[in-house]
Design a binder for this molecule. Structure first.
Ligand code: ZN
Length: 149
């Protein structure tokens, strides 16, 4: 696991140790479960979407530092964002992580750029994108009723 040392920048460390928006979200009207078998990361994402706006978002689960930090950074970014803008951001983030050639638009990612270091480690890309794939699934599943049981 020594190849991870370079990835563990201060922000990733911090978000892994103290994940933002962690826990179940009461009143969520979208949710999805994500699993990355390659690493063993599992997370559940909860969203409250009102008038095409993500008014609240939380996640829970267990995963490696990269997947936890990515989910934490994502939820921080998504709160108050329009659904369409979140989908655009997902696409941009995913493209930058999976295609190292498109380096031209990293500024719009803001703090999320700390995760781009995983491009050097293809096995870790799935850890970094897990939360985002789960977001995509949650947003697509519009009729899913979430129980609070
Ligand atoms: Zn992982």
């Amino acid at each position: 696991m020594s190849d991870l040392r370079d990835l563990y920048q201060e922000v990733i460390f911090d978000h892994n140790r103290h994940p933002r928006n962690f826990g179940k979200l009461e009143g969520a009207n979208r949710h999805a479960v994500g699993h990355n078998p390659l690493c063993g990361d599992r997370l559940t994402l909860y969203l409250k979407v009102e008038n095409e706006l993500i008014s609240d978002v939380r996640f829970e689960g267990m995963g490696c530092a990269i997947s936890t930090a990515s989910a934490s950074l994502m939820t921080e970014r998504l709160k108050g964002m329009k659904v369409a803008d979140a989908e655009t951001l997902f696409g941009r983030f995913h493209d930058l992580l999976t295609n190292a050639a498109t380096d031209d638009d990293t500024a719009s990612l803001g703090k999320l750029t700390v995760l781009l270091g995983v491009r050097e480690y293809p096995a870790r890309v799935k850890c970094a994108t897990l939360a985002w794939h789960t977001l995509h699934a949650a947003l697509a599943n519009q009729d899913h009723a979430v129980t609070t049981e």
